[in-house]
Design a protein around this ligand. Sequence first.
Ligand SMILES: Cc1ncc(COP(=O)(O)O)c(C=O)c1O
Length: 394
Amino acid sequence: MQEANRMKRLPLYLFTIIDHLKEEARQKGIDIVDLGMGNPDQPTPKHIVDELCRQAKHTENHRYPRPNEPAEMKLKEAIANWYKDRFNVDLDPKSEVLPLIGSKEGVAHLSLAFLNHDDMALVPSPAYPVHFNGVIMAGGILYNIPMTEENNFIPDLRSINNSVLKMSKLLFLSYPHNPTTSVVDLGFYQDVARWAKAKDIIIASDLAYSDIVFDGYKAPSILQVKGMKEKTIEFHTLSKSYNMPGWRIGYAVGNKDILASLAKTKSYIDFGIFRPIQYAAVKALSGSQDCVKRLVGMYKNRRDVFVDGLNSIGWKVPRPKATFYVWARIPLKYDALTSMEFAELLVNEVGVVVAPGTGFGEYGEGYVRFALVEPEEKLKTAVERIKKLLAMKS
Ligand SMILES: Cc1ncc(COP(=O)(O)O)c(C=O)c1O
């Protein structure tokens, strides 16, 4: 059996790499601290789970959901209200909001909706993998925009030459950034708006971590920039802010024509979101946001424990202003290793699972990403174990 060529063109998938690392360690009987996947470890808040249970008992909620039926309209209104509260951005719930079965599928299907085989998508690298894998699966041409520590992991859009721009249909942006934890202010989006003027390029902003922010930093939305709704789609998710990764619920907002094309693509593929999950998401977005505040406090403590720990053992890493990741350059002692080799060493020698930088694309090489999805005690254990590794004779 021969897979389609587009499947063969896909790089090895990050989470497959991480699962493989873990499996190998388990088979050798190694006790692991798993900081590999960005999979939130805390339970979904009770009021959200209660609403799911309540709604699941209504048998009419067991049918296929349909677009713009009451459950979906309630959810769209809750999303629009959340955007108004959080960013002071006005959205028409009916046409400028689209619920998704998690933002990942939305990002992948956006490429399917818009890319022909000779269309390019501009993807800053490193990136959350679906940003580039979606392009490859859709059969489009991937153009990596290199991002480096020297430019704070911000893409230099003006360095892209005109022949590439002429072929480009999509630009992906995502701040606060996974995996690098880099953040931007509204000025960055104003600059993107100036660059995008008179260009026929759809801007896809992935705002998954807008709520996981520290030290007074506030993450802006690109839709706060006047006029950007004309060419922008912005993705968001309930997975991180409300600990709902397994529920599969996210959404897109922005330009109504872009959203209509994405909705059309999806209508041929899926049937939408189980109604009780939609009602529970309404509770999450419109209920008290204290649970988000508590979560951010927890991630901040974890960040401080882990960053202070690594710095104290001589592995200098920056203190992220957002996300629950730490993006770390491979220590000098091991910098002859690829990120994959270093990740293997970490798991085999001391049982610490991390994501190798190359899993996030070409420009992730030289780094590893730690996901702070284990309690503080485990993070301290990880630091102790890494200390041993760094002290070993190589
Ligand atoms: C930047 C980014 N976008 C999207 C997602 C996927 O979110 P969802 O659970 O809504 O599919 C993730 C998950 O880690 C992410 O880091």
